[in-house]
Design a protein around this ligand. Sequence first.
Ligand code: GTP
Ligand code: MG
Length: 135
Amino acid sequence: SERTLILVKPDGVRKGLVGEVLSRIENKGLKLVALELRTLTRDVAEDHYGEHRERPFFGELVEFITGGPLVALVAEGPRAIEAFRALAGATDPVKAAPGTLRGDFALEIGENIVHGSDSPESAAREVKLFFPELG
Ligand code: GTP
Ligand code: MG
């Protein structure tokens, strides 16, 4: 069993999609281990998206993710990382398959509703960044 860090990004909270995202996570059989509504500081946002620091859209990404409350959660289950990435769909919502969260509820790449860790290494780093008390 493994853990993954999931965010319902500020656009998802603004659109009232927290319940929908949680339902899909729970319906899939993943278990909630931690969950909190919070607004990210610039420091945490830049740390979280550190791998994208040199990208042209980095400034926009940090503005967006700090622009309102988000829901951070940790989910656990067999292949939880891959399982949630499948629920989320492709990064570009126009390419994301219908039936996925991004495919169903988003249109723009910069506002794509959810985040999910993309590897065991990033999951470990992100879980520690958001919920240091989980160890
Ligand atoms: P996350 O789960 O948010 O990390 O998305 P991802 O893993 O599917 O994509 P990636 O880590 O490559 O990019 C992180 C975020 O940057 C994406 O979710 C997008 O919101 C944003 N992003 C990626 N590419 C672009 C781009 O070309 N333009 C803009 N404006 N945003 C982008
Ligand atoms: Mg990513």
